[in-house]
Design a protein around this ligand. Sequence first.
Ligand code: T5A
Length: 214
Amino acid sequence: MERRSLFITFEGPEGAGKSTQIKLLKEYLESLGKTVLITREPGGTPLAEDFRNIVKHYQGEEPLYPATELLLFEAARAQHTRYVIAPALAAGTIVLCDRFADSTEAYQGAGRSLDMDFLQQLNNFAMAECKPDLTLLFDLPVEVGMERARARAAHIVDHNDRLEAEKIEFHYRVRDSFLAIARREPQRVKVLDATMSIEELFAAVKVLVDNALS
Ligand code: T5A
């Protein structure tokens, strides 16, 4: 029998093509008659979007301390899981979330070298019962993703992004960490080669999602 609700997260380094695939997947699932919600982290509720604006674009003189950054991501997640994701899943919706707790492990844990055990406790606290059924990891060389993100940013006035602007070594640690999560949890996390074309990538996404639905 087909399942009704499903929680799918999309993860990967910068510019991996997650948002593009999420939109295609929503159209496909709706063509099958499913109810679908696209959401994102950080963000997804008005307050969590305020936190998103701080962690992505804050430029004040007082530097954002790494622990503060971590807590802002977790605070945003606590709002998002309780007010958006959990109710949607309870209503039988398929939730497609652009980034989730694995990003915290990769960016704040590996990227910023924060304590992994403590971070996992915070992740579990913030996500509560909202554990992803399937995570699609869009993997690609850091340089390719950064180039895509840069090309897109060239069309945005006043583009500034604190995390995107981190040193290349930071982004290498992020990518390695995502791949380590996939090795640790192969049942949940499926790795896709994000250097493929949009169409080829979507064909691979569809196979994985069809399997998860059956
Ligand atoms: N973060 C997030 C943390 O540090 N900790 C956390 O806990 C969480 C949740 C979020 C930032 O926050 C960090 C990670 C991030 O730095 P964001 O703007 O949501 O910021 O950043 P990204 O998730 O990286 O979003 P991007 O939009 O940059 O990347 P996407 O969504 O992966 O890529 P997409 O689809 O927008 O595509 C990028 C460009 O590439 C093209 C697209 O047309 C677009 O121009 N493209 C392709 N080109 C060639 N081949 C393909 N297959 C392509 N697919 C897309």
